[in-house]
Design a protein around this ligand. Structure first.
Ligand SMILES: Nc1ncnc2c1ncn2[C@@H]1O[C@H](COP(=O)(O)OP(=O)(O)OP(=O)(O)O)[C@@H](O)[C@H]1O
Ligand SMILES: [Mg+2]
Length: 271
């Protein structure tokens, strides 16, 4: 038996990537300039919200250094299975399938050192070698900044569009400008900006407190001529929902405040 040449292997992988992508209608990568602004929270809740609206949805967590989506979905103890040559994503429910780098890391507490080429290879495999069914939406959760991960997505998935998450204050705003410029340089369409942690309602007196300022995301969207998808207030219930692995968007009383209108807007923008 002759061994496959490296070139043959690469060509075959490229073909598998093309085949998989052909079955996915919309691919959205959640990005941010800064860390900790709520990308994973947004990615998880949008994915669950889209699935709740009846769309076949996939969630792919490519944050190798801090994958957190499985924990937020209560799936961190589930192990993935595989066929002879494909990984089978975890099921959150009938409509939502999830794959995360966390499943491939033996010990989730181990700090991981990945070089650029390894990361690129892992992300390509997450598309080529995962048994994604045909999907309406694939949401990708990425680490902060404009490093290897979003760059790989931009290069390997030319149809991917970005959702940029920011908090409203100036120090974050400076960084989303960089994210928007990155998207322009890599020819990735920006679906829009989400302003997260936007205002807080005092649980005692009901008064609005603009803890991290207010409106910076919307203003930047206007200035940079990209759509504004909406804002999500600071809500202690979001923190608890993330920690308990029960997505906030499933709470019928709360989600109308932030996530549901954004899910509707995304569906409109991607029809
Ligand atoms: N609107 C919100 N209200 C209250 N807490 C929030 C909100 N959005 C996110 N959080 C909390 O903020 C913390 C950071 O959120 P998250 O992990 O989603 O950020 P991230 O941008 O993905 O971080 P990283 O850059 O490390 O990947 C989490 O504890 C989450 O529960
Ligand atoms: Mg994250």
């Amino acid at each position: 038996m002759t061994q496959k040449s490296r070139e043959q292997e690469i060509n075959e992988q490229e073909q598998r990537i093309k085949d998989r992508l052909a079955g996915i209608r919309n691919i959205l990568i959640v990005m941010s300039g800064k860390g900790g602004v709520g990308k994973s929270t947004v990615a998880v809740n949008l994915a669950v919200g889209l699935a709740q609206s009846g769309f076949k949805t996939g969630l792919m967590d490519i944050d190798l250094h801090g994958p957190s989506t499985l924990k937020m979905l209560g799936l961190e103890d589930k192990s993935i299975s595989a066929t002879a040559d494909l990984l089978i994503p975890l099921s959150f429910n009938q409509e939502l399938k999830v794959i995360s780098m966390a499943s491939l890391l033996e010990n989730p507490d181990t700090a991981v050192i990945w070089r650029g080429p390894l990361k690129i290879g892992a992300i390509k495999q997450f598309i080529a070698d995962v048994l994604w069914e045909d999907l309406d939406y694939l949401i990708i959760d990425s680490p902060p900044g404009t490093g290897d991960e979003p760059l790989t997505v931009a290069q390997v998935i030319p149809q991917a569009k970005s959702i940029i998450v920011t908090t409203p204050q100036q120090v974050s705003i400076l960084d989303i400008r960089k994210s928007i410029i990155f998207c322009r340089q890599t020819n990735m369409d920006v679906l829009g900006i989400i302003e997260n942690m936007s205002g807080l309602t005092c649980p005692h007196c009901g008064e609005a407190i603009d803890l991290f300022s207010f409106g910076g995301g919307e203003k930047t969207a206007e200035d940079m001529d990209v759509p504004f998808l909406g804002r999500i207030p600071i809500d202690p219930k979001i923190v608890a929902a993330c920690d308990q692995g029960k997505p906030f968007v499933l709470d019928p009383e709360s989600a109308d405040d932030g996530f549901n209108p954004i899910v509707e807007r995304i569906v409109q923008e991607t029809l």
